[in-house]
Design a protein around this ligand. Structure first.
Ligand SMILES: [Zn+2]
Length: 487
């Protein structure tokens, strides 16, 4: 089957998303590929489609995320694909059965946790069956420069070389700095891979830092939530204790809120997640444990109540807003002591016993470097989007026009020469949804909506949808309601 036929017949989609086709062509053509695709950007199709284009051989997917594995296998089975996972959640008899079926070549796609590669039964399987494609998900875990280093990932390169016939290798991750990217290629022993990074910038997301006193945080949170009544919001906290406390507080104040963290029983977590997906719960108060494998497109706002530990964590969690492409808001609430508190947690965290003391020291140092980057994020007067995007080694313009730094600058920027001081305040009567405006960088646009209560307006340009402060942005040099050059 061709890639299009698999896409249509198995997955029911008509078109590939950005970058997918490029990676699929490489893998199907026998070339290693490294894909850096945002969460929700369709990473899994990049290996599932080539896995199903041929009838022979199996695809092995290595993933550290056990719950995600299960979800993906269930989804594949529902589409009629013979798939299985081999991990520690299976009972010995289930595992034996899955192994036996795998040995008979009954599966097309097998998901395994990285530690499984070393086991004799898996080695046996790898020799008996031809692995045509090896896909490494969360590939940043191989690097000590990454945020989730897993020593088991270091065995992948060796496993690959031990196979009778080397499969094509695909590596995927949502976030990777330049150092991590280099490590992925080197440590997984990739052979001149085709590489692509897509969708890194999310123009529909507004990024904001809001400085508040510790005592004012709860009020600031409620004020933000007040803008999103009847809409879905995630509030991330750094500790389970804060999650429990805030969720309770919000519930007593009448919010449809729920708590989610790894300390809660599995059925409670599942219930909370389902209620959020079905819009019975509007505010999900959670630790970083929430979000993996959850694909809710219409989350309108992601609030960080505490300082995230790294730009990687922040960008991934904030990126759960606005997956549907409509405007989303990502706000970091920051109190004076937050950075020190985050640093304390980091310095006093239990080191991973699987690591050598040198590895532990190295990782602690990297953790601090990442936290310092977050600290600068809260301090910078420069564009927040630029700060994040450049951190990941991508190019970004100096100003985005859609973050708290850029909007602040627009407010304080002197007016355009053709709107001299003393000119009467702008007549706003023509500034209505549907009206045309011009932006210095984005060109001509149409006002999609205005919300005077939130001081926000949304403008659709030829390539992007942007939010601006209303009416402030119209007084800036950047956005104008009169066609430039006319005056
Ligand atoms: Zn900006």
């Amino acid at each position: 089957m061709t890639a299009e036929e698999v896409l249509k017949q198995v997955f029911g989609y008509d078109r590939f998303r950005e970058g997918q086709r490029y990676l699929i062509d490489a893998l199907a053509g026998g070339r290693d590929a490294l894909g850096i695709l945002p969460t929700g950007g369709g990473k899994s199709l990049c290996y599932q489609v080539p896995a199903l284009m041929r009838d022979d051989g199996i695809t092995v997917v290595i993933s550290p995320l056990i719950s995600l594995m299960k979800d993906q296998v269930m989804a594949l089975k529902a589409r009629g694909v013979a798939a299985a996972y081999l991990n520690s959640t299976l009972t010995p008899s289930q595992l034996a059965l899955a192994n036996e079926r795998a040995m008979r070549g009954q599966y097309r796609i097998i998901y395994v946790a990285p530690e499984r590669l070393k086991t004799p039964s898996f080695r046996q399987l790898a020799e008996a069956q031809r692995i045509r494609l090896l896909a490494v998900d969360e590939a940043h875990c191989v690097s000590q420069w990454g945020q989730d280093f897993r020593p088991d990932y270091l065995g992948i390169g060796e496993f690959l070389e031990s196979l009778p016939e080397r499969p094509v290798l695909g590596a995927f991750t949502a976030t990777a700095t330049e150092a991590v990217r280099r490590d992925i290629i080197r440590l997984l022993k990739m052979r001149s891979p085709t590489s692509i990074t897509t969708g890194f910038d999310r123009p529909n997301l507004y990024f904001g830092v809001r400085k508040v006193e510790q005592a004012e945080k709860e009020n600031a949170l409620e004020e933000l939530l007040g803008r999103y009544r009847e809409q879905s919001v995630i509030v991330y906290c750094s500790s389970r204790k804060t999650v429990d406390r805030l969720a309770e507080l919000l519930k007593t104040r009448g919010w449809a809120a729920a708590a989610y963290h790894a300390g809660l029983p599995e059925d409670i977590r599942r219930e909370a997640q389902e209620a959020f997906t079905a819009d019975r719960v509007r505010v999900m108060v959670a630790t970083c444990a929430f979000g993996m494998g959850i694909d809710k497109p219409d989350v309108r706002c992601v609030i960080h109540y505490n300082m995230p530990r790294s730009p990687e964590a922040y960008y991934q969690e904030a990126g759960r807003a606005g997956r549907d492409g409509k405007p989303g808001e990502c706000v970091l609430l920051c109190a004076p002591n937050d950075v020190a508190a985050a640093r304390y947690v980091l310095m006093n965290s239990e080191p991973n016993p699987a690591l050598t003391p040198q590895q532990q020291a190295f990782i602690r140092k990297q953790d601090l470097v990442r936290l310092e980057s977050m600290e600068r994020y809260t301090e910078t007067g420069a564009c927040l989007r630029q700060h994040l995007i450049r951190y990941f080694g991508q190019k970004a313009p100096a100003e985005c026009g859609n973050c708290s730094s850029c909007l602040r600058k627009q407010k304080t920027r002197p007016a355009l020469p053709f709107r001299p001081k003393g000119r009467p305040r702008m007549d706003l009567s023509g500034i209505v949804p549907g009206a045309t405006v011009w932006h210095q960088r984005f060109g001509e646009g149409r006002i999609e909506s205005i919300d005077p209560d939130k001081h926000r307006m949304t403008v659709i340009f030829a390539h992007d949808t942007k939010q601006f402060a209303y009416p402030d942005a119209l007084y800036s040099a950047y956005l104008t309601a009169e066609k430039p050059g006319k005056l």
